[in-house]
Ligand binder design. Structure first.
Ligand SMILES: Cc1cc2nc3c(=O)[nH]c(=O)nc-3n(C[C@H](O)[C@H](O)[C@H](O)COP(=O)(O)OP(=O)(O)OC[C@H]3O[C@@H](n4cnc5c(N)ncnc54)[C@H](O)[C@@H]3O)c2cc1C
Length: 468
């Protein structure tokens, strides 16, 4: 029977918690489509000939394929299409920057709003989790072992693909929980942690072993893994967890945090619960410095932890904010105050060494810099002060030096990122592959997953070639 297309130029809105309620709780903001909404939205997909969305997806999901199954109400069929390319669809449906990827090139976006691909992906993954409870078949062991360093989205994806191909895969993770930024960075109200853990359980059922509390480079080196431990290849997916600071006066005061520390205490250690053993400052007024997703997450957490005023301090304008548009809108609705075109100069403390205010200078945008974005330039004499008791620095992160300093011959660049030979992730060391933020610097979940997929394929070919 021919599909009755839905020609509504607008995508079906996502039901969500009221902003004035949600800014006091850590429950998920977006509530997800109902079955009727999902089917209606799926019928907006024209299944067009060129399928630009598939090229827009770093892991190449057959997007029209899964959406046509949603339109036909075959939700498990849709899940099978999704999971053939993505090991973490419930995660990607929630946090991928679809507006610059699949949805950014959707044909429906030319004369209206793109199809809500991310929302449909989330619906299908949630439907599967709630309705299907069969375990995947454990693949037959092919006699070869691979080690993965880091249990973030890149390491998990690589491990999942290798396990499906019959490899015995062990992931060594430094923290006490697997998931990487999905667990310690992105807050519960954007990505519930039980969803991340369910996706990880699925990988364990494929036979992937996850050893937590294993700081590689300290407990074991890559040479030991490939020597006495007998791994034929190693995939390094250790992320970029080392925070940057501004090096301005006052950054050593009590009440100045890196966003990483603040978010880890809040999300991983559940600082918002009364029974949490992790101390976190009860703030009245907070300045978050930066304009990316990390800054939005830290600001929105600070509000939920009880701050009365939370500022985002960003040196460029609204148009240049690197955070996802949806996150910026959510932050605005919840009451975050945006101080744009200004940059901190110094932080001042009281007699006990606690933050008491932050002084900023106004900026204007000059000529484009090397990144193509207009360069912010200080306006002389325009300093002003914000009274705050907490400052959170969300200025970006770099890879931790531990792996490179304990792996002789592993080439890294001036930013400390591991150098690879391109798509397949091979490093300067034979049998050692790398991908995700450890290679690119801080990027996105889906790019980290894409790197894991490519590396898994390359590792499979390398081991098969060696043993042929
Ligand atoms: C707060 C925040 C919000 C974000 N929001 C988004 C978003 O909305 N959408 C999006 O697409 N991206 C977002 N990102 C970026 C995204 O999360 C990352 O690009 C992605 O997680 C990178 O994946 P990865 O597997 O390379 O690294 P990670 O997720 O960082 O995982 C690396 C893992 O390696 C472990 N590790 C490190 N060193 C060692 C070692 N020596 N031995 C063993 N284990 C080690 C770490 O503990 C960690 O678990 C966000 C990032 C942050 C911090």
């Amino acid at each position: 029977m021919a599909v009755q297309f839905n020609m509504d130029p607008k995508k079906c809105p996502m039901p969500s918690q009221d902003p004035q309620v949600r800014n006091h709780n850590f429950d998920e903001v977006a509530l997800g489509y109902t079955k009727e909404m999902a089917v209606g939205e799926a019928k907006r997909c024209l299944n067009c000939k060129n399928k630009p969305c598939v090229n827009g997806c770093p892991v190449g999901i057959d997007i029209p394929g899964f959406i046509s199954k949603v339109a036909a109400e075959d939700f498990e069929g849709a899940y099978q299409v999704l999971s053939a390319s993505s090991s973490l669809p419930a995660v990607c449906g929630r946090v991928c920057p679809q507006e610059t990827q699949c949805e950014g090139v959707c044909t429906r976006g030319i004369k209206g709003e793109s199809v809500g691909i991310g929302r449909l992906e989330r619906f299908v993954a949630d439907w599967h989790r709630e309705n299907v409870h069969t375990d995947p078949q454990t693949p037959v062991f092919n006699g070869h072992k691979v080690a993965v360093i880091g249990a973030g989205p890149s390491g998990l994806t690589c491990a999942g693909d290798l396990a499906k191909a019959g490899y015995k895969v062990t992931i060594y993770e430094a923290l006490h929980v697997a998931g990487g930024v999905l667990m310690y960075g992105i807050p519960e109200f954007r990505l519930p942690k039980d969803i991340v853990q369910t996706e990880i359980e699925g990988l364990k059922k494929l036979g992937v072993d996850i050893e937590t509390n294993m700081v590689m480079g300290k407990v074991l080196t890559i040479d030991e893994l490939m020597g006495e431990y007998g791994y034929e290849a190693v995939y390094v997916a250790s992320g970029a967890g080392l925070p940057r600071f501004m090096n301005i006066p006052g950054e050593g005061l009590k009440g100045v945090y890196s966003a990483n520390e603040y978010l880890t205490r809040t999300n991983l250690m559940k600082a918002y619960r009364p029974d949490s053993k992790t101390p976190i400052k009860k703030s009245k007024a907070v300045a978050v410095v930066g304009g990316g997703n990390v800054a939005m997450d830290a600001a929105r957490c600070a509000l939920r932890l009880g701050a009365e005023t939370v500022y985002i301090v960003y040196r460029r304008g609204m148009e240049e904010l690197p955070a996802r548009r949806e996150e910026v809108e959510h932050a605005q609705e919840e009451g975050i105050v945006f101080k744009l075109l200004c940059n901190p100069v110094h932080i001042d403390g009281d007699e006990n060494g606690n933050v008491k205010d932050i002084t900023c200078i106004r900026m204007e945008l000059g000529e484009p810099d090397a990144s193509g974005r207009r360069r912010p330039v200080e306006v002389p004499g325009s300093e002003f002060t914000l009274e705050v008791d907490t400052v959170i620095m969300a200025l970006g992160t770099s890879p931790n030096p531990l792996i490179r300093s304990t792996t002789p011959g592993l080439e890294t660049n001036k930013h400390g990122c591991i150098v690879t030979n391109g798509d397949d992730g091979l490093t300067s060391r034979e049998g050692v592959y790398a991908g995700g933020d450890a290679v690119t610097g801080a990027a996105t979940v889906i790019l980290a997953m894409g790197a894991g997929k490519h590396a898994a394929k390359a590792i499979d070919e390398y081991i098969k070639g060696k043993n042929a």
